[in-house]
Design a protein around this ligand. Structure first.
Ligand code: FES
Ligand SMILES: [Fe+2]
Length: 395
């Protein structure tokens, strides 16, 4: 069997693991009522990627993250004991946000309103004239959000008592992530974007290759070739609610510009020297987190919903050593911007797709076998919403 045949054959077996191959409802991709169900059933009780430990390297280091779908401002703090904890940025006296700083380092957090002061472990340490309150200090700690670190990545869960630890939730993928360079990262290059699209519409764009030859005719040449004209992956995997794929690489890609050759050659050198070697992993972690490991590049892409029709994407390339000279800095910036260029090519198609869906004109959407990852996400979302509804008391 040649490569073309084996790629064409591949989805038969993998796609058959899903529930069906027919059309699915378009409603989850645009309906505000459905989004509200997803918000409660998924986003308020699932492990979500929120940061990396290299952002809070020392005791007292903190970052602030706004999570719009939960109306939450969060402080992720490394305590004096070294533990990573997440607190709501809301004073327990009367709710005032403790800080507007996006990051910093503090031995304690004092509320600007009446100076209630909290330790890095969230406990109320002092409060002026506290004798006139009829409550114990122990009952005034900052409200905590479940937090866990895997592979250097910080995950949070808004559920007060998550059913699974993050490690249980990610299963064997957690161990695979621990082996990736990002687990040892000391810095990163980041950019973000906001897009007028449902989080699934946007996420699906990054988990199917069917569009590559039409949307990325130039930048997709490395993974599209005569043997594989759509650049379909060579393997798809499912692990609970999560997915993975192995990308195919064009064995005879067209020549690339000299600048890119320079950057990638240097990058490959860096990868060998500093980053070690890692597999061509491409994880699509539920609900909205990609870990893309394509030597010599590795990046994460988080797509946080801002509402039914709007999403914020954050992309990070992680580094395990300082860029100690201009050449290395150039290489990093160039590779990061190359990825940004490719991703920005998708924007118009994704937003145009969302506008069509919002019109309500399309009642069903269709997934072919090589769009099995979007289908798996659709099915997983259906299951999570059904699970949530079954848990609600009958009214
Ligand atoms: S609201 Fe924070 S001390 Fe009063
Ligand atoms: Fe794309």
């Amino acid at each position: 069997m040649n490569v073309q045949q084996s790629i064409a054959m591949l989805p038969t077996e993998e796609a058959a693991k899903l529930r069906g191959r027919g059309p699915v409802s378009a409603r989850p991709y645009f309906d505000p009522d459905w989004w509200e169900l997803e918000r409660k059933a998924i986003f308020l009780r699932t492990w979500l990627h929120i940061g990396h430990v290299c952002e809070i390297p020392e005791p007292g280091s903190f970052i602030r993250r706004e999570v719009e779908f939960a109306k939450a401002s969060l402080l992720i703090v490394r305590g004096k004991d070294g533990a990573v904890r997440t607190f709501h940025n809301a004073c327990t006296h009367r709710g005032t946000q403790l800080t507007q700083d996006t990051h910093g380092k503090r031995g304690q957090f004092s509320c600007p309103y009446h100076m209630w002061t909290y330790g890095t472990d969230g406990r109320l340490i002092t409060a002026p004239d506290f004798d006139r309150f009829y409550v114990a200090k122990e009952d005034c700690s900052l409200k905590q959000v479940a937090t866990e670190v895997i592979a250097g990545l910080i995950f949070i869960n808004f559920h007060p008592a998550p059913k699974q630890t993050a490690r249980e939730f990610f299963g064997p993928i957690a161990d695979e992530m621990e082996g990736l360079p990002m687990a040892r990262a000391t810095s990163f290059t980041e950019w973000s974007y906001e897009i007028e699209a449902n989080w699934k519409t946007n996420f699906d764009n990054f988990q199917e290759n069917y569009h590559l030859r039409f949307i990325h005719p130039r930048t997709g040449e490395q993974i599209i070739g005569p043997e594989n004209p759509f650049g379909y992956p060579t393997h798809y995997g499912f692990s609970g609610p999560h997915r993975s794929q192995t990308l195919w690489k064009n064995p005879s890609p067209p020549p690339v510009p000299q600048t890119m050759v320079m950057a990638y050659t240097r990058m490959a050198g860096l990868a060998a020297k500093d980053e070690g070697t890692f597999a061509k992993t491409d994880f699509k972690l539920f609900p909205c987190f990609h870990v893309v490991g394509l030597p010599p590049n590795q990046y994460t892409h988080t797509m946080m919903p801002l509402g039914p029709h709007r999403t914020r994407g954050t992309i990070r390339m992680y580094w395990t050593a300082d860029a100690e000279n201009a050449s290395r800095l150039f290489t990093r910036e160039f590779t990061a911007m190359s990825i940004r260029d490719v991703l920005s090519e998708d924007r118009h198609a994704v937003e145009a797709g969302q506008r069509g869906l919002n019109s309500g004109a399309v009642e069903k959407v269709h997934f072919q076998d090589h769009e099995m990852l979007p289908r798996h996400l659709y099915e997983t979302v259906q299951d999570k919403v059904a699970e949530y509804l079954a848990e609600q008391p009958a009214s």
